[in-house]
Design a protein around this ligand. Structure first.
Ligand SMILES: NC(=O)C1=CN([C@@H]2O[C@H](COP(=O)(O)OP(=O)(O)OC[C@H]3O[C@@H](n4cnc5c(N)ncnc54)[C@H](OP(=O)(O)O)[C@@H]3O)[C@@H](O)[C@H]2O)C=CC1
Ligand SMILES: O=C(O)C(=O)[C@@H](O)[C@H](O)C(=O)CO
Length: 277
């Protein structure tokens, strides 16, 4: 079984650096996919209220032979739950659906600048953290100026910032800002939903290591210090994406991949995304 390293969050909680993403895994397929991930050695699952599969993630944990405390579970507050009361109530529903007494990490999914209340939402997250039912709290899709407001106006700094990050969107400045403030960077869409896998530079590095393009990109993420959770519903790929701890990219390969940056998002821009279901 693959040995997955941990990252130490700013409140002392340890998170496995490689996890399993569940966006767009249909509820009917989720139990099997998460079970396969456990069999492959993953002990960190990333879900969200928005994904509609928390119940099935919970079922997979319950049906496994694992102690639930050995699985690191992240979920995220949906965009229509930003008010304090909705945040608290929806968190209770997440725990119930997941069948857990606490989660390891609870995130505000999007800042929703036009909605304009993410600082108050963060105060609700602080209440949840202080209740002990989320071992850590963080944000997702926050720009530096959003985080700056949390640091200035609230008490608990986010443990993580989960952002879109891959070779075509390297996010060096935001990454440096997170580092400077003790906030771990989580890279969502770590292989850009497959978009970067045909890139000639990545293919060349992959051939040199006898690895797949996806493994090389995930290895680049790990060496940058990012926490990643590639999604796959394909059994062979679930396994393949764990085999990234038996080789190393040198400085020149790391730079070649980082230099592919072209500021290209595959998802929404957090400064303009204000979708509320
Ligand atoms: N906070 C946020 O706003 C967001 C968070 N996320 C989180 O990040 C996770 C990962 O991001 P996601 O958008 O899913 O994108 P990924 O970068 O993980 O790419 C997933 C896609 O790549 C394919 N794939 C996976 N592994 C391989 C491989 N080894 N070789 C070739 N193709 C492969 C999958 O296909 P297949 O399944 O068919 O194998 C799927 O189509 C999500 O599942 C979610 O947990 C994602 C988006 C936004
Ligand atoms: O997957 C997520 O976590 C997301 O937030 C995305 O689905 C995002 O909302 C999106 O891509 C909307 O088009």
């Amino acid at each position: 079984m693959t040995e997955i390293p941990n990252i130490n969050l700013n409140n002392g909680v340890h998170i496995p650096q490689l996890g399993f993403g569940t966006f767009q895994i249909k509820p009917a397929d989720t139990v099997e996919a998460v079970q396969r991930a456990f069999d492959a050695g993953y002990r960190h699952i990333d879900t969200a209220q928005m994904y509609g599969n928390e119940k099935e993630v919970g079922q997979a944990i319950a049906q496994s032979a694992l102690d639930p405390t050995d699985v690191f579970v992240t979920t995220k507050l949906n965009n229509n739950k930003h008010s304090r009361d909705d945040a608290l109530a929806s968190f209770d529903t997440s725990l119930k659906d997941l069948g857990l007494e606490r989660v390891d990490l609870f995130l505000i999914h999007w800042p929703l600048p036009a909605v304009g209340n993410f600082v108050d939402t963060w105060r609700a997250m602080e209440e949840i953290y202080q209740s002990g039912r989320a071992r850590s709290i963080g944000v997702s899709n926050f720009q530096a100026h959003h985080i700056g407001r949390l640091l200035a106006e609230t008490t608990i700094p986010p443990a993580v910032n989960q952002i879109e990050l891959h070779p075509y969107l390297v996010q060096s400045e935001l990454h440096a800002y997170n580092d400077e403030h003790g906030i771990a960077t989580q890279a969502w869409s770590p292989i850009a939903k497959g978009l970067v896998l045909d890139d000639p530079t990545i293919v060349t590095v992959a051939l040199a290591h006898n690895k797949s393009a996806a493994q090389v990109v995930l290895r680049w993420q790990i060496q940058l210090g990012n926490i990643v959770f590639p999604k796959s519903a394909t059994p062979a790929r679930i396994q393949e994406n764990t085999a990234i701890f038996d080789f190393e990219l040198d400085d020149s390969e790391m730079s070649m991949i980082s230099s592919l940056d072209r500021g290209q998002r595959t998802g929404p821009d957090p400064d303009t995304f204000n979708y509320v279901p």
